[in-house]
Every structure is written in structure tokens, then in C-alpha cells.
Design a protein around this ligand. Structure first.
Ligand SMILES: [Zn+2]
Length: 601
């Protein structure tokens, strides 16, 4: 039988302790300068090195060469207090959880009177010090207040506020903290290596996440993964199963369903989560984490690599593709909805319903946007082939409201093919060449679309493609353009919604961003556009229904002409109440939810 990793790698000196420099640096300075206090309080979360540090401190104090910040490791005391050592008579470890009464305190007080058996100090380590009763502390008070020269106390606790003030004020207090993920990841890597093991991509970040920053927990998990490993490489699938995380593929499925507004795919993914027996809460946490990663990638591009540690290049490419399919605002909205669902799951008895509600919340605002696009552009609806299951006498949302019979699948089908067909609409007219690169993007060489056929919907549908092409041509132009939304296209005037005035300024001033974008649009759609900018009102508090929907004019604070031109008429937009009701309808009729005030849409 092998000893646990945590014991085998227990640090023997402060230099070996990771992630606690805020504690170890001043402690080591104090030891070097021989400014040693008689009582210490080590506080902090479990498993981050408090007791270990107390033992190291005792070793430093009692080393024959000491007090020193680096124990010699050769003297009797150092050997006895080493990892495998038997312990020293002069260092007394007391678990306060089981010795917390007055009698124990009195006993301790009496033992403290005697001089150390061999070494410099008699050191008492009180683990779980918050468990000592107030009476116990009072019995200890006298000796902590005026200890004999040869006595040192080290209190270790997760709850320093429970240590009575009179004791606390006589100690030097060192707060420990959870180990930051980057440092922990690196540390676990070195341990895995010295154990002669390796791990598939993505395994170690999972261990770090599961440990929550506790070194002890991380090492226990790693221990278990190594023990259960068939080969010398820890498999990703094993780790996911053991740690209860959502498999990356399933997570990508959900994200893609959200990006594609594919309700069927989203609900089937939720079903898989439930069927696999996974905890809904854990899944939501994972989803939130993924959305956060995507937000980072979306905002920082390649710079996000520095923050997303432990992610391989392939995984990063996947994240980039996924992030580009959303806008930052859509990601924020999805993250908001997920965060909300997460706080609701603790109270809810039906986790499945929570997950499905979440899907509806994330999908609904987006489908409303697509529906709004259809309502705006009857021309686009005409382009829908007869095979599409749409009864487009009325826009689908209105039709659904009128009949009140459509099931969710149908609603989403209504929304989806319509949206898809819009996306395909340019194909009807545009001659596309085979792309020469591996890229999926088709780039029409000779746009033959008559300008009058290009509608707002066409531009909107082509927008992701335009942005992707833009990203390839000019990263800086893409950086300012990717948060914009197409609001309107009319008479060669393209109205773009910017998130802030800063974005507009950046768009205008960034080296030729406007020109590069204009060029890309010309290549894709064959039209040379003029720009018109609108600025979204900064939301006081971001809501699920974000402010970038092409809706009410009052959402815009300022309007700015980037280039001199005739002001085009106001954008036609979907009737807000109808769109809102459509979302509510999905929740109420299909999922059996009661509309919660202010959240249904
Ligand atoms: Zn020594």
C-alpha cells in the first residue's frame, strides 16, 4: 500500500509551500531576523497548508541551527519533524476538535510549565482552534498572555473569528488563502511527472477546478485518478466521470445549440445530462464556466490564452470558433440566464425543469430577434421555399400567439427554418465559388445580387460571415466591429448598433477599420455601404433580454452620422409586446411554467 500523495509531498520547508507567499515571506523574514512571537494564529480555508505551515514553523524554531527560515534537515529535531519522522517530544500537536474543554486546557497549561525535553522551545500546535470552548480559552488565557520563555503557541483554524478576542489579540495573525488555479496547475503537473504519470489534455484543469483551490483536495483527487488509471496516462473520460464534470463534447453540443438557436438540439442535450445521472447544478456550473471562457475569448482574442490556463491549442481553437458564433452580448445574456438558473436550482425540486427553462430563456430572445427580422423584411419570407413548415400569412410569432396550440418543437421549427432560410437566402442569388482554403466560409467572387435585393435580413444573415472574413483580413478591424449589430440596411446605408460611444470612436479612428469592413461587405454582398451608427444605451443592469435587439428607438441614447448623408427613416421593428408574449408563451404552454414577473421573456 502506498502513502497518500498528500503525505508524500507534504512540504518540509516554507520554500516548498505553494501559493501562500503572503504568509511565508513575512514569516521567513521574522525568523531570519529572530523576531519571533510567542503565539501565532494561522487562519484560512481547509486544505491550504495551515497545519503544514505550523509544523514547518516548529521545525524552523527548534532546528539546531535555528531559529532559521530554512531548517537544516540534519539535526535530531529536523529529522524527527520531517515528513516521515516520528515527531518530537517538544512539539505537541493537539486536535482541538476532541480536546476542547476546560480540563484539556488545564492539562495543556500544566504541560507548558515544564521545560522542553531537548530542544529550544516547547511548541504547542492547536489544530481546529475554533473548536476550543470559551471556557477552554479562558483557562488558556493566562499562559498565552504571559508564557514562559520556552513556550510557543500556534493556533490553526478555519474560523479565526471564533477564537476569543483576548487570545487573538496576543497572536500574530497570518491569513492563508486558497491556492490560485495557475499555481496549483503547475504544482500538480510537477507531482504527476515525478510520479511517472501524464494526463490527457484537459484533465489537470478539471482536477484544479474540482479541488476549489485546496491543495489537499487536489492531491487526493489526483491520487484517485492515478490509482484508477489503466495506463501511465490519466484519461480525460475517466476524469470527467470520476469528478462528475460535464463532458466537453456534451458541453459543446449545448453551446452550439444555443448558437444555432436549435431548440431540438438543446433539449436533447439537457435530456442527456439528466439521463447520465449528472447533477443539474454541476452542469449549470460547468455551463457558466464555459460561457465565461467564451466571453474571455470573445473579448480578448488570443490574449485570453494567458488567462485560460491549461487549455490546449485545439481546445482554444474550438472556443474561438464557438465564441465567434455568438456576440459578446449574447454570451453575456446566456451567462446571466445560466447564473439565474443556478441560483434557482438550489430551491427547485425539479432540476430538469430548471435546465429546460434555461434553454427556453437563452433561445427565446434569440428566436425573437430572428422573428423580428422576418417581420421586418417580408421579402425574406418570400424566399422561403414551400417545404418550410411555415404558414406565413402572419409572422410565426403572431401565428403562434393566435392559435395558442403550437408545441415548443413546432415553435422552434417555425423560427429555425425561417432563420436558416434567411441565412441561405443570399445563396439563391449569389454565385459561390469553392473556397480554396480549409475554411467553411464561401466567398463570392462576383457578387451578382442586384442592390435592391439586398435587404436588412440579407445583411444580418451575412453578418457572421462578414465578420469572420474581416477577422482574417484585419484583427484590429474585427476587434472593433465584432460587437456591432446590424440594425438596418437601406439605400446603401448600413445602420450599425454599437455598444458604446467609445466603440463608435474606435471604429472611426482605428486604422481603416471602417474601410476594411466596407471592402469585405463589398466582396460579400457587392454593395459599397455608407455607415450610420447608433449607440446602445448602457444598461444599468444587464438583463437577459439585452439591449442590442433591433427594437425600440428609445433604447438608443445618441445617434451619430459617421458620414454625411441623408438620415434614413426610422427602422421598422417588431412589436415588442408580441415578441415578449411569444417568449412567455413558450415558457407557459410548453414547459408548464408560470410566468415569473420580469423574467418570462
Ligand atoms: Zn535542523
Amino acid at each position: 500500500m502506498t502513502t497518500a500523495l498528500y503525505r508524500r509531498y507534504r512540504p518540509e520547508s516554507f520554500a516548498e509551500l505553494i501559493g501562500q507567499s503572503q504568509v511565508t515571506d513575512p514569516l521567513r523574514s521574522a525568523l531570519r531576523a529572530d523576531r519571533v512571537n510567542h503565539a501565532y494564529l494561522f487562519s484560512g480555508p481547509r486544505g491550504c497548508g495551515k497545519t503544514t505551515s505550523a509544523r514547518i514553523l516548529a521545525r524552523c524554531l527548534n532546528c539546531k541551527e535555528g531559529p532559521t527560515d530554512t531548517p537544516c534537515g540534519k539535526c535530531d529535531s529536523c529529522i524527527e519533524l520531517s515528513r516521515g519522522g516520528p515527531g518530537s517530544l517538544d512539539v505537541v500537536e493537539i486536535d482541538a476538535a476532541s480536546h476542547n474543554g476546560v480540563d484539556d486546557a488545564r492539562d495543556l497549561r500544566e504541560r507548558a510549565i515544564f521545560a522542553p525535553a531537548r530542544d529550544r522551545y516547547k511548541i504547542f500546535i492547536l489544530d481546529e482552534a475554533h473548536m476550543v470552548t470559551p471556557q477552554g480559552f479562558n483557562a488558556l488565557l493566562k499562559i498565552v498572555e504571559e508564557p514562559p520563555e520556552h513556550v510557543k503557541f500556534i493556533f490553526a483554524t478555519t474560523e479565526p473569528e471564533k477564537v476569543i478576542g483576548t487570545i487573538r489579540s496576543r497572536t500574530h495573525h497570518y491569513p492563508f488563502r486558497l491556492v490560485p488555479p495557475g499555481e496549483l496547475l503547475e504544482y500538480l503537473g510537477t507531482i504527476l511527472e515525478s510520479e511517472g504519470f501524464s494526463a490527457e489534455a484537459g484533465v489537470m484543469p478539471l482536477v484544479v477546478r474540482a479541488s476549489g483551490g485546496s491543495v489537499r483536495d487536489a492531491l487526493s483527487l489526483l491520487d484517485q485518478l492515478i490509482a484508477g488509471s489503466e495506463s501511465k496516462e490519466v484519461a480525460y473520460q475517466r476524469a470527467v466521470n470520476l469528478l462528475g464534470f460535464t463532458h466537453d463534447e456534451l458541453m459543446s453540443e449545448v453551446i452550439e445549440a444555443f448558437a444555432e438557436i436549435d431548440a431540438a438540439k438543446a433539449f436533447s442535450a439537457v435530456d442527456k445530462v439528466i439521463q447520465s445521472g449528472q447533477d443539474a447544478r454541476r452542469f449549470l456550473e460547468d455551463l457558466l464556466e464555459r460561457l465565461r471562457d467564451l466571453m474571455l475569448v470573445s473579448s480578448l482574442g488570443n490574449d485570453a490564452k494567458a488567462i485560460l490556463r491549461g487549455i490546449g491549442p485545439e481546445q482554444f481553437d474550438i472556443l474561438t470558433i464557438q465564441a465567434n458564433r455568438f456576440g459578446l452580448s449574447d454570451l453575456t445574456a446566456a451567462a446571466e440566464a445560466t447564473s439565474k438558473a443556478l441560483s434557482d436550482t438550489s430551491a427547485a425540486s425539479n432540476p430538469r425543469l430548471q435546465l429546460e427553462l434555461l434553454c427556453a430563456r437563452v433561445l427565446a430572445p434569440v428566436s425573437q430577434r430572428s422573428l423580428a427580422a422576418i417581420q421586418q423584411e417580408p421579402a425574406a419570407a418570400v424566399a422561403i421555399p414551400v417545404t418550410a413548415p411555415v404558414a406565413p400569412a402572419k409572422p410565426p410569432a403572431v401565428a403562434a400567439l393566435a392559435t395558442q396550440e403550437v408545441k415548443l418543437e413546432k415553435t422552434s421549427e417555425l423560427a429555425k427554418p425561417a432563420a436558416e432560410k434567411i441565412a441561405l437566402a443570399p445563396e439563391v442569388n449569389i454565385t459561390r465559388d469553392e473556397p480554396e482554403a480549409k475554411s467553411v466560409i464561401t466567398e463570392p467572387r462576383q457578387p451578382v445580387v442586384p442592390i435592391q435585393d439586398i435587404t436588412t435580413a440579407t445583411v444580418k444573415a451575412a453578418w457572421p460571415m462578414i465578420l469572420e472574413t474581416l477577422a482574417k483580413q484585419s484583427r484590429s478591424a474585427w476587434a472593433v466591429a465584432f460587437t456591432t449589430k446590424v440594425i438596418d440596411f437601406k439605400d446603401e446605408v448600413l445602420t450599425l448598433l454599437f455598444q458604446s460611444q467609445n466603440d463608435v470612436d474606435a471604429f472611426k479612428s482605428s486604422q481603416g477599420a471602417a474601410e476594411v469592413l466596407r471592402q469585405v461587405i463589398r466582396e460579400q454582398l457587392g454593395v459599397v455601404v455608407k455607415y450610420r451608427a447608433k449607440v446602445a444605451e448602457a444598461p444599468v443592469k444587464p438583463k437577459t433580454k439585452n439591449t442590442v435587439e433591433p427594437t425600440a428607438a428609445e433604447e438608443f441614447t445618441t445617434e451619430e452620422e459617421i458620414e454625411a448623408q441623408d438620415a434614413p427613416e426610422e427602422v421598422a421593428h417588431a412589436s415588442e409586446p408580441e415578441a415578449e408574449q411569444a417568449g412567455e408563451f413558450v415558457l407557459r404552454e410548453v414547459l408548464g411554467a408560470k410566468p415569473i414577473k420580469g423574467e418570462a421573456s
